[in-house]
Design a protein around this ligand. Structure first.
Ligand code: C5P
Length: 232
């Protein structure tokens, strides 16, 4: 599995996004497009970034009845994204339907990864609001196992969980990990952070990095530093 750094393009619109990507000139980083940018600009932003030669992780976290997710995934697949995701909480049936929808007539498809429990959900809230009484790390591993059984390619998880996911589900089940910070950088609102080098050591396959690159004085240098530390 190719290790890579994915830049979280958490911008409000196309103008800011292209001003940022223009700085990279001939380099074509793997980029993540989230709900904010996609809902603001629609499919055209995906097509334009793809046309410029970037790989795209479309982070829309689908969660609905299997038939709806299957049809929505077919639309996303036609946008020619490289990776997309859904909530494992939608059940194995939903994940299997998603894979069917994503698979193109020639048999190819984007990578599909699952969100387990959001890192914003605490043990306390999970128990009181979702009525799940098991320890959250057990819940995360169970959801990851369901994703693997449904045939998905991996999960989004904290770098701290990546080692455990690989231990349980093997090294070909990929881990995509946000919450990455340089050793000498600002943590911002992230709590459980890791450096790119630590994420590499623990076996993350892809790191998702936003502000340490997008808010850097020299984003290209920050991206290159990230690649050096993570990929080597
Ligand atoms: O700016 P920063 O590096 O914190 O950005 C991390 C990116 O990863 C953001 O797009 C954020 O929404 C996403 N993410 C996260 N934690 C999760 C899941 C996604 O930070 N558990």
């Amino acid at each position: 599995m190719g290790k890579d750094v994915i830049i979280a393009c958490d911008f409000a619109g196309a103008k800011e996004t292209f001003e940022f990507l223009d700085k990279f000139e001939d380099k074509k980083p793997f980029v993540k497009i989230g709900m904010e940018l996609f809902y603001a600009e629609g499919p055209s932003i995906v097509k334009e970034i793809k046309r410029r030669g970037h790989k795209i992780f479309l982070d829309l976290k689908l969660h609905d009845i299997p038939n709806t997710v299957k049809k929505a995934m077919a639309v996303l697949s036609r946008l020619d994204v490289d990776m997309t995701n859904l909530h494992a909480g939608g059940t194995k049936a939903m994940m299997e339907a998603a894979l069917e929808g994503l698979t193109r007539p020639d048999g190819t498809r984007p990578m599909l990864i699952a969100v387990t429990q959001l890192t914003s959900t605490s043990q306390e809230r999970m128990e009181s609001d979702i009525l799940i009484k098991e320890p959250i790390d057990k819940v995360v591993m169970h959801y990851a196992s369901c994703a693997s059984e449904a045939g998905l390619d991996g999960v989004v998880c904290s770098p701290k969980e990546a080692g455990k996911v690989h231990e349980l589900l093997g090294n070909s089940f990929i881990t995509v990990t946000p919450g990455v910070r340089f050793a000498d950088g600002d943590k911002g609102d992230q709590v459980r952070v890791m450096t790119p080098a630590d994420a590499k050591a623990i076996g993350s396959d892809y790191i998702v990095v936003g502000r340490p690159i997008t808010a850097a004085e020299d984003p290209v240098a920050a991206y290159e530093r990230c690649c050096r530390e993570f990929i080597g």
